[in-house]
Write a protein of this length. Structure first.
Length: 116
């Protein structure tokens, strides 16, 4: 009789509740290495998503989504899943320079993306 194999289960730490999660595929702009949970804004001219920074003036200063999978776009823009609705843990989010948790919460709430 062989020894049983043991595995460790690591639960999804980004989700925070039971609100329906809507995921879509979006193009993440080049030159970024982002972790899952990055708060994203959309560049108006290209439609691509970037880490949301308060000092941006290209449209990406407004939080619109949360990255659902870590991605490296240092070699060029790539598609990735983003969360459009749902509940996420504040402790798992990556906020761009100048973006506060309060500002992100307020902006994403109207899109049915709730930060707990």
């Amino acid at each position: 009789m062989s020894n049983p194999e043991r595995q460790t289960y690591v639960p999804d730490q980004l989700s925070a509740g039971h609100f329906p999660v809507m995921v879509d595929i979006a193009v993440i702009a080049t030159g970024q290495t982002l972790q899952r949970g990055a708060v994203l804004g959309q560049v108006t001219a290209t439609g691509e998503y970037r880490l949301c920074k308060a000092s941006a003036s290209d449209g990406s200063e407004a939080p619109l989504a949360v990255l659902d999978l870590a991605i490296d776009t240092s070699q060029g823009a790539r598609p990735a899943p983003i969360r459009l609705t749902g509940e996420v843990l504040a402790s798992q989010l990556t906020l761009g320079e100048g973006l506060t948790l309060a500002k992100a919460k307020a902006a994403l709430r109207s899109l049915c993306l709730f930060i707990r």
